[in-house]
Design a binder for this molecule. Structure first.
Ligand SMILES: Cc1cc2nc3c(=O)[nH]c(=O)nc-3n(C[C@H](O)[C@H](O)[C@H](O)COP(=O)(O)O)c2cc1C
Length: 305
């Protein structure tokens, strides 16, 4: 029996629950030489801003014992280049394409959504309100429910595409942030982005990253991410894309049991460019060996009582 891996994230239909996390898979094309991207449930593109950005100066990445710290700073070619140069060639793959957007102001986010609205080839827009590595915008929005509401409402008003709001873990109560996003019109939530961290070179007595602080990702953050997905799923009637340290199919199942309808593989793509594909295959095997006929059966199926 071939298990049914299809899933839906609100209005977004996916052939399987495995996506690639924004910023860890370029614009997809970079990975097409390693495997057929049509095997994936979807691709979440690198964070895109209104204007092209160079990102932060190096050093921008540091290894930690269980993951990495990054302060890329949203290097990207800008929304117009993404629409004209990146999106058309991705339509040859049979996979959902989700564009991840970031801005300095509410108006910038709204403008990004307005420009993407007429683009038919995208499955959704992921609104990144959680980037810890830029001076303006990013995380500053994701830690304040009033700003989240304003921002999501403004974006909602500019597009009929499904909106996924990507939450920051750098908050005391993730639920308050999730609730604000849903009330303002988010169709789904993405949880989580990176945790703010710092590494110091003890010989030089200087921070390793030029930006001083950066976002921690990889296996180190998985328990935090699973906990936050579970907290959101338990209280809110909204589909969730889980991410944070997924390296294997078992890790993906953990998020699905916690309540995620789909998951995004991030840092693992840097370790092995075929990581997301392996998670798809592993998930199929897991369902086979555990008698799971439909992956949807597992969504939120953790028993805590
Ligand atoms: C190098 C790097 C760049 C990232 N860039 C973005 C980005 O542009 N937009 C965004 O929403 N998240 C970005 N993220 C966060 C990831 O999409 C993901 O949510 C996070 O890394 C947790 O998953 P992981 O532990 O599997 O990597 C980035 C992460 C890394 C490591």
């Amino acid at each position: 029996m071939t298990p049914d891996l299809t899933t839906t994230v609100g209005k977004i239909q996916l052939k399987n629950p495995i996506l690639t996390a924004s910023g860890t898979f370029g614009y997809g094309e970079e990975y097409a030489e390693f495997y057929d991207l049509s095997a994936l449930g979807g691709i979440i593109l690198k964070g895109t801003t209104l204007e092209p950005r160079e990102g932060n100066p190096p050093t921008r990445i540091a290894e930690t014992p269980a993951g990495m710290l990054n302060a890329i700073g949203l290097q990207n070619p800008g929304i117009d280049a993404v629409i004209t140069d990146k999106l058309p060639s991705l339509s040859r793959f049979d996979t959902a394409v989700i564009v991840n957007i970031s801005g300095r102001t509410v108006d910038e986010y709204a403008e990004l959504a307005r420009r993407l609205d007429p683009v038919p080839s995208i499955a959704a827009i992921e609104v990144n309100i959680s980037c810890p590595n830029v001076q303006h915008g990013g995380m500053q929005f994701g830690v304040d429910p009033v700003l989240i509401r304003d921002l999501v409402q403004a974006v909602r008003g500019q597009t009929t595409h499904p909106l996924v709001v990507k939450l920051s873990p750098n908050v005391t109560d993730i639920l308050v942030m999730g609730e604000a996003a849903v009330e303002a019109g988010a169709d789904a939530l993405s949880a989580i982005n990176t945790l703010l961290g710092m590494a110091i070179d003890v010989e030089r007595r200087r921070p390793v990253l030029a930006n001083v602080t950066g976002g921690l990702s990889g296996p180190a953050i998985r328990p935090v991410a699973v906990r936050m997905v579970w907290q959101l799923a338990r209280e809110l009637d909204v589909p969730i894309i889980g991410s944070g340290g997924i390296m294997t199919a078992r890790d993906a199942v953990e998020f699905i049991l916690a309540g995620a309808s789909a998951v995004a593989v991030g840092t693992a793509n840097f370790v092995d460019p075929r990581a997301a594909l392996k998670v798809v295959h592993g998930l199929r095997d897991f369902c086979g060996t555990h008698g799971v006929s439909r992956i949807a059966e597992l969504v939120g199926a953790v028993q805590t009582g």
